[in-house]
Ligand binder design. Structure first.
Ligand code: NDP
Ligand code: MG
Length: 380
């Protein structure tokens, strides 16, 4: 029985993780569940899964949560910083982090620092803090297991291989809803246009990031820290069918790829079952219905966010943390209707060209970089 702490249980990855837990009651037990604002979903999860602890991090609806669950054995918590503190104290093997944004970094650090394994959906943790998380990363340590489908694909291709045999990693991208749009049309995109992802149903922040290709930029940075390969040996390619989840090229000219239908429950389950594989009722790939598999380069002229992400990791220090915070602010301002779609890369670029990055990254320094960037990004 693996005891898991599930952070962000009310979200897209969180609810799909609980589908896996529901399928394996004899192997997985959720001992900690956390939501932020969605008290109704969290209340139902507490009643069904009976965790030892549950957090609604936004205190606004905490009373309604308490009322909804009535008398329960689950200890209820709220407030800033509660998740990271509980992650340290909870008796569990694995922390599945499906929080969104920089809010996920503190809990990832707390989990690793207190000896737990992390099944990581929150790619922002590695983007901002890869440098301080490095001792726990890589194939030797195996303390961080990917939930992101591309990184799960890469890990699956690397089973039984050494990193010294790898020539390069190729991360696939769907291309998002604007793949075939002109730059002029993209500039006028509405929130409804940007929220229409062709292949995956996900939370709103990653859906916008997929439309700007910032998501692919974040994923290249995630792969860079997770597998420890130089940036020049990690490539992104647009593959609109989202059937091949990524490729690994080896030194002898051989290439491995991992394929599957777009179903996040597969990589979620693999992160929890690794190194084993368990049964699943996910839809199977059907060759006869699959059609053509096509590939295109990433167009950085129409999708400047991808270029900005690559520039930030090359600049080093706090630059990826600045990129991430500027992007989060810009995306939420776009979703609230405060800025036009075209301003998202502009806000990120302005923050990257205005703020300084230092070279040595510390845990405390990450909060300063994040806060300073958000102040600037919200004023632009
Ligand atoms: P969602 O927006 O659906 O879920 C986010 C979760 O985090 C919710 O439980 C939400 O609570 C909680 N949350 C939001 N803000 C805060 C905060 N400030 N403090 C604490 N908790 C918070 O996102 P997704 O599930 O789509 O994505 C989660 C992560 O996984 C992201 O990093 C994303 O990039 C990554 N990912 C997602 C994929 C997908 O298919 N969805 C695929 C690959 C990676 P509440 O809803 O209660 O407010
Ligand atoms: Mg992904």
């Amino acid at each position: 029985m693996t005891r898991i702490a599930l952070l962000g249980s009310t979200g897209s990855i969180g609810t799909q993780t609980l589908e896996v837990v529901r399928r394996y009651p004899d192997r997985l037990r959720a001992v900690l569940l956390t939501g932020h604002s969605n008290w109704e979903v969290l209340a139902a999860q507490i009643l069904e899964f009976g965790p030892d602890d549950a957090v609604l991090s936004d205190p606004k609806h905490f009373d309604r949560l308490k009322e909804a669950v009535g008398s329960t054995r689950t200890r209820l918590h709220t407030g800033d910083g509660t998740i990271a503190a509980l992650v340290r104290d909870t008796d569990c093997e694995t922390v599945l982090n499906s929080l969104v944004g920089f809010a996920g970094f503190g809990p990832t650090f707390a989990a690793l620092d207190s000896g737990k394994r992390v099944a990581l959906a929150n790619k922002e943790s590695l983007v901002v803090g890869g440098a301080v998380l490095q001792p726990w990363l890589g194939l030797d340590a195996m303390r961080v297991l990917p939930v992101d489908s591309e990184h799960s694909a890469i890990l699956q291709c690397l089973v039984g291989e050494g990193l010294e045999s790898v020539e390069k990693l190729v991360v696939t991208a769907s291309g998002g809803p604007f793949r075939t749009w002109s730059a002029e049309r993209i500039a006028r995109a509405t929130t409804a246009d940007a929220l229409k992802h062709p292949n995956w149903s996900m939370g709103s922040k990653i859906t916008i990031d997929s439309s700007t290709l910032m998501n692919k930029g974040l994923e290249v940075i995630e792969a860079y820290w997770m597998f420890g390969l130089p940036l020049e040996r990690i490539e992104a390619v647009v593959h609109p069918q989202s059937i091949i989840h990524s490729f690994v090229h080896f030194r002898d000219g051989s290439v491995k790829a991992q394929l599957g239908t777009p179903d996040m429950r597969v990589p979620i389950q693999y992160a929890l079952s690794w190194p084993e594989r368990w049964e699943s009722d996910s839809p199977r790939l059907d060759w006869s219905a699959m059609g053509d598999l096509t590939f295109e380069p990433v167009d950085t002229a129409r999708f400047p966010c991808f270029r900005l992400a690559m520039e930030s990791v090359a600049a080093g220090g706090y630059a990826p943390a600045v990129l991430n915070a500027a992007n989060e602010e810009a995306v939420y301002r776009f979703l609230r209707g405060e800025i036009a779609y075209i301003r998202i890369p502009e806000v990120v670029e302005r923050c990257l060209s205005t703020l300084s990055f230092g070279s040595e990254v510390t845990v405390d320094g990450l909060w300063n970089a994040d806060g300073e960037t958000r102040r600037l990004a919200s004023s632009l």
